[in-house]
Design a protein around this ligand. Structure first.
Ligand SMILES: Nc1ncnc2c1ncn2[C@@H]1O[C@H](COP(=O)(O)OP(=O)(O)OP(=O)(O)O)[C@@H](O)[C@H]1O
Length: 709
């Protein structure tokens, strides 16, 4: 093979006379060897002088390689190899000389050491090429590894036996290891003294204790007007609140209300005060402050806005939309509309609901009437869900909010979460939209409030006052900021958080656990259980413990439906479900039946978790543990309302216990107790329950089949 290469170099590869070619080659070889040896001696002595470490390295590598190959060779092969290597060294040097002479023109200026290093490397490459081909001759070529294929060094272009590759890889690894050690050392040194290496190390790998960002609450959030939690001990006679007309007092009496609850006693006077000089301006001639209320579930927040709004609007002359209450669900809108209507009864005020309970056209007809080509407003107070409200703003011609004085946002934290629907910005736009005709030129024309100047105070403006209510109002200023509140005033029964204000600069830890208030009459329990025993437990609560009516919450409508079917099949319990599976009318009927005591167990999704006021619910069961504390607060708040007593049970799987209990305690629960239901108490129900499970499978199959038909 070596001879073939020489021949090829000499341009004789097509020569067919094998013996002649060989003798010519041998003669040439000997001649070349002579020359090469002389030159090699000359060059190696000068190389050693100039660059000893590199040549030493190369030498040691080639020595190692030779030793290894020698070990692998058979005696005959060894002899052959020696001959070939001899020949090769001569040829290689001849080649080098040729290449170098052409290179010399271009690289004369380069350093001699570089040139010699290049020579040595080339020699090595050619040697390797010849050695590998000789190995191939003796049938020792190993298949190339995938990873090796990817390497694109010059040596790789020539195939190498695997062992040789391995050796090179080892050498590479050794060199890489050394380089790494050197780098590590330099990093260490530079850490101690950056000037030593000349490099500045950016960033640090060690963990630093960065001080936490402290959240500072705005003053109005940190220092609220305190609302007493205990309803029963802080009742205020209705007659002691000034500004409520006799008609309203009579209405209150008719509803059996002689005393205001604490939240009502605080908030009603505050709202009435903002309209004491009429609807145009607030106290002292200034724009009234917005009001935020955070008070426990069932503490009477609805009347806290219904009474003052009706009182404020009772003097109005022309019917225009002056109050708008926005609620997250149809059921809640219906409930609030009912309260407004009952207290507006007997006055000239009109209350209209736009929540999708009726057709769009029917809602339009209840908002406006057309008389002799002129449309007339029919609503003073509109109670709406955000979606339907936006539809009317955009699609109902002449539906105007230009006279809106009160914007009530009930379940405010939930409504903030639905801000992405941009309903609030649409409402605000509609409020300040320029009217037509006399409206546009009127001195009472509304413009969006800007900075207070002499000119802005000169023109009286109808202010838009926002009233926010929730049992779990967020204290996150960023979230509240989305509502664009004007000098807000907070009424809150939550005062367990450390008070901090920008002016006092007292810090509150960032991301603090929000605290909520639980109704005073509520007793909380958790029941450890397994997944399969949950249905038995709920049956046990109603059939054995005689808890009724029970409002039971699941985490999905599918779970609610399955449990409903199971209890129905088991028998002996008046049960209904309440979820988005049902039509609005079916849901309305379920709630009504439950309230009237026709239903013992109402199985619901979180659709009924907020705001729903069903009188007489003695017990709430969290069949599925709620994932969020707000959901828990609202669910358990369906009982223990208006200062009454109530029980809340949460079924907990072993895996849920720790996290759930921690979450409830952190939120400020007065205490959740463990309630164990012994397995023997459920045993008697099990055979029938197993039977029911089999029936349930068939019923579900039938339902599915019907659905796919
Ligand atoms: N002053 C009062 N005296 C007696 N009962 C009252 C009084 N005020 C309100 N209630 C009754 O208390 C119950 C709860 O009131 P309401 O629904 O307004 O509570 P809430 O604070 O809005 O609760 P939630 O946060 O769950 O919506 C209602 O049934 C209501 O009729």
């Amino acid at each position: 093979m070596a001879l073939f290469l020489i021949n090829r170099y000499l341009g004789d590869e097509n020569d067919n006379d094998e013996s002649a070619r060989e003798s010519r080659s041998k003669a040439l070889l000997e001649k070349l060897q002579e020359q090469a040896r002389a030159r090699q001696q000359q060059s190696s002595s000068s190389q050693k002088e100039e660059n000893p470490p590199l040549s030493d390295q190369d030498d040691s590598i080639s020595k190692k390689r030779k030793r290894k190959l020698k070990d692998q060779d058979t005696p005959g092969q060894g002899q052959k190899r020696k001959e070939k290597q001899k020949a090769l060294s001569g040829v290689a040097l001849e080649l080098e000389d040729k290449e170098l002479s052409s290179e010399e023109h271009t690289t004369k200026s380069s350093l001699p050491s570089k040139r010699k290093r290049g020579q040595a490397n080339k020699t090595k490459q050619i040697q390797e090429a010849v050695i590998s081909s000789s190995d191939a001759d003796v049938g020792k070529r190993a298949p190339k590894k995938k990873s090796e294929k990817q390497k694109s060094t010059a040596a790789d272009k020539v195939q190498k036996p695997e062992k040789e590759n391995d050796e090179e890889e080892n050498d590479e690894a050794e060199r890489a290891e050394e380089t790494k050690e050197q780098m590590d050392q330099s990093v260490e040194n530079s850490k101690k003294d950056p000037t030593q290496t000349g490099f500045t190390i950016l960033g640090g790998f060690e963990k630093k204790n960065t001080p936490k960002v402290q959240m500072v609450l705005p003053e109005w959030l940190a220092q609220p007007d305190v609302v007493q939690r205990d309803i029963n001990k802080n009742l205020v006679p209705v007659t002691s609140i000034r500004g409520i007309c006799p008609r309203l007092l009579k209405k209150l009496e008719a509803h059996g209300i002689q005393h205001f609850f604490p939240v009502q006693a605080e908030v009603i006077p505050a709202i009435l005060e903002s309209v004491c000089h009429g609807l145009l301006i607030g106290r002292g001639g200034y724009r009234p402050r917005d009001i935020c209320v955070s008070a426990p579930t069932g503490s009477g927040k609805t009347l806290a806005f219904v009474i003052p709004v009706i009182q404020a609007l009772s003097q109005r002359v022309v019917c225009e939309v002056r109050a708008l209450a926005v609620l997250p669900t149809k059921e809640l809108a219906q409930q609030v509309c009912k309260v407004f209507s009952s207290y507006a009864e007997g006055s000239s005020l009109k209350v209209v609901m736009v929540a999708g309970q009726k057709s769009f056209a029917a809602e339009q007809a209840s908002l406006l009437e057309n008389r002799k080509g002129r449309s007339r407003n029919l609503a003073d107070i509109v109670v709406a869900t955000p979606g339907r409200l936006v539809d009317h703003i955009n699609k109902t011609a002449d539906f105007s909010l230009r006279h809106l004085r009160f914007l009530i946002i009930d379940e405010a934290d939930r409504m903030i979460d639905s801000m992405h629907q941009s309903w609030l910005s649409q409402v605000v736009k509609a409020v300040y939209r320029a009217g037509s005709g006399s409206d546009a030129t009127s001195i009472f024309r509304r413009t969006e409030p800007g900075p207070i100047t002499a000119a802005s105070l000169f023109q009286p403006q109808m202010p838009l006052q926002k009233l926010l209510f929730s049992a779990t109002l967020t204290q996150n200023p960023e979230k509240l900021q989305q509502l664009g509140l004007y000098q807000p005033r907070l009424f809150s029964s939550v005062h367990s958080r450390p008070a901090a204000t920008a002016s006092h600069a007292a810090a509150v830890p960032s991301q603090p656990q929000e605290k909520f208030n639980f109704p005073q009459g509520l007793t909380e329990y958790y029941v450890p259980c397994t997944l399969s025993k949950k249905p038995l437990l709920i049956l046990h609560f109603i059939l054995r413990m005689k808890f009724s009516p029970v409002l039971c919450f699941t985490n999905s409508r599918e779970a609610a439906h399955r449990l409903f079917l199971l209890v129905q099949l088991y028998g002996g319990v008046q049960v209904a479900e309440f979820s988005s599976r049902l039509s609005p009318n079916e849901r309305k009927k379920a709630l009504k039946d439950f309230e009237q005591g026709k239903i013992q167990l109402l199985i619901s999704t979180d659709a009924a978790a907020r705001g729903i006021d069903v009188k007489g619910v003695k017990c709430v069961v969290n069949y599925d543990a709620p994932q969020f504390i707000r959901t828990y607060v609202h669910r358990v708040g369906r009982t223990a309302r208006a200062g009454k007593a109530g029980l809340a049970f949460t079924f907990l799987l072993g895996i849920q216990e720790q996290n759930f209990l921690q979450m409830v305690r952190d939120a400020g629960s007065p205490g959740i107790q463990k309630q164990i239901v012994k397995p023997e108490n459920l045993k008697g129900m099990e055979p029938h329950y197993q039977q029911t499970l089999l029936e349930l499978e068939n019923v579900i199959k039938e339902e599915r089949a019907k659905k796919h038909m």
